[in-house]
Design a protein around this ligand. Structure first.
Ligand SMILES: [Zn+2]
Length: 169
């Protein structure tokens, strides 16, 4: 916001992907927790003794998912930190693997969104014209002028013709 011409920019695609990814991870974690706590017979029928694991993974996803969503909000608010925030989103996306990763769609979206944020560059805004380009020296010919009397060329600054001495002014 250093200049009024600067459009507020942020890595929009990265924000979108990581917020969807974080939401999917969160939703799936809630589903895991619900299943683990309220319907353990289903979990136990798939893998006996897995109820505590499913609950632990659900808790993990419930931490990682909202964290990713929070980071995507920060990406929008502080695009200058996009690189660091992007890495955090990508790493958390990988960590979400252990929480089910929002059926791995959330994981992929978070990692891709994070890496997009890391690679994101603000488009270069044209500088305000605070200076003009240096004026090139005039072509040699214009620095010379012919003598009205004898036609010999003299430097433009000369008052009298170097050849015949006639006044050039
Ligand atoms: Zn002359």
């Amino acid at each position: 916001m250093s200049s009024p011409k600067r459009v507020p920019e942020f890595p929009a695609t990265a924000c979108l992907l990581s917020s969807i990814g974080g939401a999917l991870i969160t939703v799936f974690a809630v589903y895991e927790l619900t299943l683990g706590i309220f319907d353990p017979s289903v979990v136990e029928s798939v893998l006996p003794g897995s109820q505590p694991i499913v609950i632990a993974l659900g808790v993990m996803g419930l931490v990682v998912g909202p964290l990713i969503m929070g980071l995507s909000v920060q990406l929008r608010r502080r695009p200058a930190s996009a690189r660091r925030l992007g890495w955090e989103v990508a790493v958390l996306g990988l960590v979400s693997f252990f929480g089910g990763g929002g059926l791995y769609v959330g994981l992929v979206l978070s990692v891709v969104g994070g890496l997009l944020a890391v690679r994101w560059q603000p488009t270069v805004v044209a500088r305000p014209l605070s200076y003009s380009a240096p004026v090139p020296p005039p072509p040699l010919g214009s620095a010379l002028r012919p003598c009205p009397s004898c036609g010999a060329t003299n430097v433009a600054a000369a008052r009298y013709c170097a050849t015949c001495g006639a006044s050039l002014s």
